[in-house]
Design a protein around this ligand. Structure first.
Ligand SMILES: NC(=O)c1ccc[n+]([C@@H]2O[C@H](COP(=O)([O-])OP(=O)(O)OC[C@H]3O[C@@H](n4cnc5c(N)ncnc54)[C@H](OP(=O)(O)O)[C@@H]3O)[C@@H](O)[C@H]2O)c1
Length: 272
């Protein structure tokens, strides 16, 4: 018998749900019976994704355009999601890619951009969603962060710094909100095959002064399992963690990176 995640009828909010990992998570939650509100900056792909998931799952999928680098947009996204869904059982903070690069080339703006979305985007949504969860008697938060926050890295130092801040925030808020029956945890993916992957490989090749073909081998070589993750693998883990079955997994983080060792990535780069 299949494991029942007891997500049927739950109301979930997923940031950055039009593409990539966020789209995978929104779809997986809807397949488990959740109604889902998603946001992204671009309205058209967001609405197309909402319609696609609604068609495939027969659930209510609400599309609310928002740029989470704006405090006003983040507040509006949570408020409108709450109005449309009636409650917020699950918040998945996901929209958070940050620019990679080596310290010599990372501009002041790139560092600020990393913190603006990857860290402050999460802070903004939490600030408005937590009071709603407190008022309704509980909730569940899953923060999609990244293994760069817990492993030393070469090219991902800006995302790594923003990740480490988000991981600390997750633990701190878990400690503060448990008394309200709100539990939260972080998921730390390594490299995942999303629409952004080809662009990342290109940028890595440029900054590391190696060919794109070579850059594309670095991540798999740094992972004992020899490949990067698929979106569905991350989405399945998030579904489990969003479920009441995992409510007691609180104030902690789980890596989903095939046991990646960032040091191996650096060695592969030098192995010309
Ligand atoms: N992919 C990986 O290999 C990987 C590895 C480790 C961790 N992660 C983490 O996993 C999460 C998801 O990553 P991802 O690769 O799917 O890419 P992502 O760029 O974080 O997510 C793409 C989604 O976010 C939306 N988005 C981007 N900027 C936004 C903003 N300012 N406000 C609101 N929405 C925004 C995009 O739509 P619009 O462009 O229309 O706004 C799209 O729907 C991120 O937190 C990332 O750091 C990813």
């Amino acid at each position: 018998m299949a494991l029942d995640l007891k997500l049927d009828g739950k109301k979930a909010v997923v940031t950055g749900g039009s593409e990539g990992i966020g789209k995978g998570i929104a779809k997986a939650l809807a397949e488990q019976g959740c109604d889902v509100a998603i946001c992204a900056r671009r309205k058209e792909p967001l609405e197309a994704t909402a319609a696609e998931i609604a068609r495939a799952t027969n659930r209510k999928i609400i599309a609310i355009p928002a740029d989470l680098t704006s405090a006003k947009d983040a507040e509006n996204f949570i408020k409108k999601s709450h109005e449309a869904l009636g409650r917020i059982d699950i918040l998945v903070n996901n929209a958070g890619s940050a620019p990679g690069g080596v310290i010599e080339f990372l501009s002041e703006e790139a560092w600020m951009q990393a913190l603006q979305l990857k860290f402050m985007g999460y802070v903004r949504c939490l600030k408005h969603a937590l009071p709603i969860m407190v008022a309704q008697g509980g909730g569940r938060v899953v923060n999609l962060i990244g293994n760069d926050g817990v492993k030393d890295s070469y090219w991902e130092i800006a995302p790594g710094a923003a990740n480490a801040a988000g991981q600390n925030l997750t633990k701190s808020l878990a400690g503060q909100y448990g008394k309200h029956n709100i539990s939260m945890c972080a998921v730390n993916p390594g490299p995942v095959r999303t629409e952004r992957w080809a662009g990342l490989v290109k940028a890595m090749a440029r900054d590391m002064k190696i060919s794109e073909a070579k850059a594309d081998t670095l991540a798999p070589k740094s992972i004992p399992l020899g490949r990067i993750a698929e979106v569905e693998e991350v989405a399945n883990l998030v579904c489990y963690l969003a479920s009441p079955l995992a409510h007691f997994v609180n104030g902690t983080q789980i890596e989903i990176d095939g046991g990646q060792s960032k040091v191996l990535m650096d060695q592969a780069r030098d192995d010309r």
